[in-house]
Write a protein of this length. Structure first.
Length: 326
């Protein structure tokens, strides 16, 4: 009996030890095959640009390919739904923006719920938007543009990467706060919207400073104002919207990584740690500073809290402004 008791104890100990080792071992072996990062927007926008930076750096560190898969459309919901329905094994990730947090209020018939079907992994960065104007419009300042828009109601238009995107909300917020009648022209992605403004087909776009700076420097568009409460380090001579005569105006864009709900905690934490290390690299921070991107680092739990707060914040703004998806 004593021998059997000892034998049973040994068996129990071995089983417990193996169970304790299994989860960390899975995390240590991850990734054992290529990982897909779904970008729910088209090529050329901030989400695409920074997904490629993060993907490249993760490939170097984790010795596996991180492949970017652009799936634009429906304000980011097509790509987000692909990830929400993917296997929760860490091999399908989502590069998301605050488009997806505002969609929680704007789009009630989405095939997924952000905080139910996806899990927070890590934030990436945030950046200002800039109000860019086609040279075909005579306005040189925000106040001149407001006066022109009021004198020509419905004749000006602004481009966005689709309904519910930060570019769309920034435009609608501007219209609401200035009492102007400006037509929204949605495009499938920010690259197409940007090209439309450069070509003069549409007159205005609220775009990420990181994406539009080259066109501003080349004189293809005119920068009227940036959208944070403090001036952009990349465009220090451009006033904020608040300074330009629209007091209280604020709208930025931020990016982060999510995974399907149920992805093992160990994998989520490993990705969070590696992404944090990448963002903390001096070369990355220096390059991003020149582009106007501010690095963001949080634990998965803190990022979850951040996401919930952002959903609540924009729900109130959308309700107050009476914004609706066209």
């Amino acid at each position: 009996m004593r021998w059997m008791a000892k034998f049973g104890f040994v068996i129990s100990f071995v089983v417990s030890a193996l169970s304790a080792l299994s989860a960390p071992a899975d995390a240590q072996q991850y990734p054992s095959k290529p990982v897909k990062i779904v970008v729910p927007f088209g090529p050329g926008g901030p989400a695409d640009i920074y997904a490629r930076v993060i993907g490249h750096e993760l490939s170097e560190v984790l010795k596996q390919s991180f492949v970017i898969d652009n799936k634009p459309g429906a304000g980011g919901t097509i790509g987000a739904d692909v990830v929400a329905k993917a296997a929760p094994d860490g091999y399908t990730l989502l590069m998301m923006s605050n488009t997806l947090t505002t969609n929680e209020t704007l789009l009630t018939n989405k095939p997924y719920a952000l905080m139910r079907d996806l899990t927070a992994v890590a934030p990436v960065n945030s950046s200002d938007l800039v109000m860019a104007l086609s040279p075909s419009v005579p306005a040189k300042t925000v106040q001149e543009l407001i006066a022109y828009a009021k004198a020509n109601p419905g004749k000006l238009s602004y481009a966005s990467a689709g309904p519910g995107t930060p570019y769309n909300l920034a435009g609608e917020l501007f219209k609401t706060m200035t009492g102007t009648d400006i037509l929204h022209v949605p495009y499938k992605n920010s690259g197409d919207a940007r090209n439309a403004v450069i070509a003069g087909h549409v007159q205005i776009m609220f775009d990420a400073v990181t994406a539009m700076k080259g066109q501003i420097d080349a004189g293809q568009v005119r920068a009227l104002a940036t959208t944070d409460l403090k001036r952009s380090a990349v465009l220090p001579d451009v006033p904020t919207m608040n300074e330009a005569g629209v007091p209280g105006y604020e709208a930025t864009i931020w990016l982060g990584i999510m995974a399907p709900a149920g992805t093992p905690k160990e994998i989520v934490e490993r990705l969070n740690t590696e992404i944090g290390r990448i963002i903390d690299k001096p070369a990355i921070r220096e390059a991003w500073a020149k582009q106007g991107a501010v690095p963001m680092t949080m634990t998965p739990a803190a990022f979850t809290t951040f996401l919930k707060a952002d959903i609540d914040k924009w729900a109130k703004v959308i309700e107050k402004a009476g914004l609706k998806v066209q």
